[in-house]
Ligand binder design. Structure first.
Ligand SMILES: [Zn+2]
Length: 254
């Protein structure tokens, strides 16, 4: 059913969460927009104005790597200044009750971890932009390390200090393979729950599209909270087309 108003939505959501044993949230850009993180893929979003750098081009060209880092540092204020929103805070409240074994997210902003969910319990399908790794030896680099060298060299992206390999933000770029371990964990979490909450995702980018469907096939109840309609609204047990922060704020423990 599509909730006719916010009050009804919150009441139904409270009942569904109250009777569920295991709740798995799946989050997309919509949960972070109130935190000032832009939705890259939405109409008017960054990817409609600026062509993303494909993974193959990043690997092939120093110039593309330099441009990629230049863009990343230009956005640093937005990422480093962002605080968890009401949606993140509601989910960490439920997590602390023991009902949420893990959160699956399409977001790269680290805000679930910042809200207090253990890193081990956040499954990031598109990686994380708040740190970097060497693509060759997997060594982790903080962005401050990269930025120092980038600036000192006049805008040239540095190579790995250990192996000379390519350093990239820990995100999954267009054209880059999906992380298999994260995919498996997302599927396992989906299979483990009896309530699946799809929050702030348009549910079009694969594998986001597959998880709610898998949940329904298992007989799991499905809730979709998103400002706009999704193609899974018809099969959901509850659909809420409203502001995510407003819907989830009553679930924040004080
Ligand atoms: Zn390396």
């Amino acid at each position: 059913m599509i909730a006719p108003d916010l009050e009804t939505a919150i009441q139904h959501l409270r009942e569904l969460i109250g009777t569920a044993a295991v709740v798995v949230p799946f989050t997309g850009a919509g949960i972070s927009t109130e935190c000032g993180i832009p939705d890259f893929r939405s109409p008017g979003g960054i990817w409609t104005k600026m062509r993303p750098i494909e993974f193959g081009d990043f690997l092939a060209s120093q110039e593309m790597r330099d441009e990629s880092w230049r863009r990343r540092f230009a956005m640093e204020g937005q990422f480093s200044g962002a605080k968890p929103g009401r949606g993140h805070r509601a989910l960490v409240s439920l997590y602390r009750t023991g009902k949420i074994p893990g959160v699956i997210t399409q977001n790269i902003d680290n805000l679930h971890q910042a809200s207090g969910i253990a890193s081990d319990h956040v499954v990031e399908l598109h990686g994380n932009t708040t740190y970097a790794t060497c693509l060759d030896c997997a060594k982790r680099y903080e962005l401050s390390w990269v930025r120092e060298r980038f600036t000192a060299s006049g805008g040239r992206s540095p190579d790995c200090a250990d192996c000379g390999g390519t350093i990239k933000t820990a995100t999954v770029s267009f054209g880059q393979a999906m992380p298999e371990a994260a995919m498996r964990r997302a599927q396992a979490l989906t299979d483990s729950c009896d309530l699946f909450l799809a929050i702030g995702s348009s549910l079009v980018v694969w594998p986001a599209a597959g998880l709610p469907l898998a949940a329904k096939r298992n007989g799991t109840r499905l809730v979709i909270i998103n400002r706009d309609a999704t193609e899974f609204d018809d099969i959901a047990d509850l659909v809420v087309h409203d502001d995510i922060g407003g819907v989830l704020a009553p679930f924040i423990a004080h």
